[in-house]
Design a protein around this ligand. Structure first.
Ligand code: AR6
Length: 188
């Protein structure tokens, strides 16, 4: 399985696991517009960070779909949580892939405004929001590569994928993108 590549100064890696255990500078939450918590990875992050996380996210004024906001990480190993809101999947709707790419790009832009050199993403929108992971994974990886090309600040962008099917879909997408993009090299 293809699990590591380099884009400019940034290592992009795929691991199967639980994002709440990551010791990257920041982890990304697949949140909803309210930023007041929910199920899936959002629920897991709020449980692991403790109640102070909700106290802070209450003050952030919600978040538009395709955008991201940052908070502290509280009891997490990660110092920051970037709360990204992906789109609910609708087949053949042109806004949906654009908003998914935007959620990844805005997360990286918000993180780049802080002293963050490593960041871990879950697979945004592919759980409760129903985005087919085979379609979402190439968008996720290509968006990170595009950002890495112009922002040498990130040393590691890690995708932390909860189940083996999601891991396989991201590994397939990474393999195909390495074959297509000269800026992405195999370092596995
Ligand atoms: N670590 C890594 N990935 C996880 C974890 C975890 N601990 N838990 C679940 N996943 P989802 P969405 C995976 O539903 O589709 C929430 O209620 C999961 O298997 O968490 O963007 C929010 O409040 C899947 O692959 O996020 C929103 O209302 C991926 O994370 C809504 O769900 C995303 O699944 C957002 O839906």
């Amino acid at each position: 399985m293809q699990t590591r590549a380099r884009s400019s100064q940034t290592i992009i890696e795929l691991v199967q696991g639980d994002i709440t255990h990551q010791d990257t500078d920041a982890i990304v939450n697949a949140a909803n517009n309210s930023l007041l918590g929910g199920g899936g990875v959002d629920g897991a992050i709020h449980r692991a960070a403790g109640p102070q996380l909700l106290e802070e996210t209450r003050t952030l004024g919600g978040c538009e779909t395709g955008d991201a906001k940052i908070s502290r990480g509280y009891r997490l190993k990660a110092r920051y949580v970037v709360h990204a809101v992906g789109p609910v999947y609708r087949p053949n709707h042109p806004d949906v892939p654009r908003l998914l790419a935007s959620a990844y790009r805005r997360s990286l832009e918000v993180a780049a405004e802080h002293d963050i050199h490593s960041i871990a993403f879950p697979s945004i929108s592919t759980g409760v929001y129903g985005y087919p992971v085979a379609q979402a994974a190439p968008i996720a990886i290509a968006t990170v590569c595009d950002f890495a090309c112009s922002n040498p600040q990130f040393e590691i962008v890690r995708f932390v994928l909860f189940d083996s099917g999601t891991m396989r879909a991201f590994a397939d997408a990474l393999k195909h993108l390495i074959a297509q993009r000269p800026d992405l090299t195999d370092v596995s």
